[in-house]
Write a protein that binds this ligand. Sequence first.
Ligand code: NI
Ligand code: MN
Length: 226
Amino acid sequence: MPKITWFGHSVIQIETGATTLLIDPFLTGNPAATVKAADLAPDVILVSHGHGDHIGDTVELAKRTGATVIANFEIAGWLGKQGVHKTHPMHIGGSSRQPWGRVKLTMALHGSGLPDGSYGGNPCGFLLWLDGKTIYHACDTGLFYDMKLIGEEGIDLAILPIGDNFTMGPDDALRAVKLLEPKRILPIHYNTFDIIKQDPQSWQSRVQKETNARVSVLQPGQSLEI
Ligand code: NI
Ligand code: MN
């Protein structure tokens, strides 16, 4: 039974029996974060794209903990130049068996420039198979019809942005739910900044009225188990 914790914005921690995964660890400078990077000890870090609110504290965390960083080929190469050498480069459509489960990089409609202006390749989302569960983290993306194909995997938990402006907003995120047909949903990437302000409870009501999915609205720092 994996335990999923939302630390605000797009920061997700997934704890399986033996492994702690951390996705998009933007803690320093994240007004919604409930922990500091120094408080965390991931075994694996996954980075969806190069934007500062996703790559965040990856370099510091990876150097301190020795965590393996999974990211696209370009970001893995950039991390190498920052002194992070335990990386696993992948690309969209590719999957990889890992000691804790399996990961596949999925498409995402977004940008991926790195904080210093370097090219960060294409942004991605993640399909994760661990502890007998299938998790889809869309990361930063607009709506795309191929979510229908991702849904064919049988999603136990979909982690979806609802903030609008930079990613899907509530209307398109609802359409995403209809394509993905997940059992459960965790909305993220909202209320970190005024420009992505949303009401997650009203979105929860809409989704639960129009689909069979259950929406779990968390406060930053809270967890759920699937
Ligand atoms: Ni972004
Ligand atoms: Mn973002």
